[in-house]
Design a protein around this ligand. Structure first.
Ligand SMILES: [Zn+2]
Length: 139
């Protein structure tokens, strides 16, 4: 019996979903497929630097499962980079969760929202102070 795969939680989905090497005609171009959850794994582990444990928690999977996702994702990207293939991002078992984090400045009380895909802000966009805190309930 095949166990149904649980949806993986994806918090950030970039607009761009196709990457093509320059100078290779379409007819000669080979393509690799990267699923949306595999790209999310790359974002969490390689861009944000989370451990497999933390990243697995973000995606709602175990550390071991996350390890398998990231390993496959890196192999696909390596194949594209080394062998000059296009990358087509799409599909996979995932559920998109829109998350926003809200920050407030200690110095001037300015508060603003940051999408979950990018790193924690380093300073207040209004006064430049780096005394910030995260407000609860950013989901
Ligand atoms: Zn401020």
């Amino acid at each position: 019996m095949v166990r149904p795969r649980k949806d993986r939680i994806v918090a950030y989905k970039p607009e761009v979903s196709y990457f093509k090497p320059r100078g290779i005609p379409m007819v000669e171009l080979e393509e690799v497929k990267l699923t949306v959850d595999e790209r999310e794994a790359i974002r969490l582990a390689d861009l944000l630097g989370l451990s497999h444990e933390e990243a697995g928690r973000e995606m709602g999977v175990s550390r071991a499962t996350f390890g398998r996702i990231i390993q496959r994702a890196r192999r696909i990207l390596a194949d594209a980079l080394i062998n000059g293939k296009a990358i087509n991002v799409g599909g996979g078992n995932y559920r998109l969760v829109h998350q926003e984090r809200k920050f407030q400045c200690y110095h001037c009380d300015h508060s603003w929202k940051v999408p979950s895909g990018i790193c924690r802000p380093k300073s207040c966009p209004k006064c430049g102070s780096n005394s910030l805190y995260r407000l609860a309930g950013g989901q």
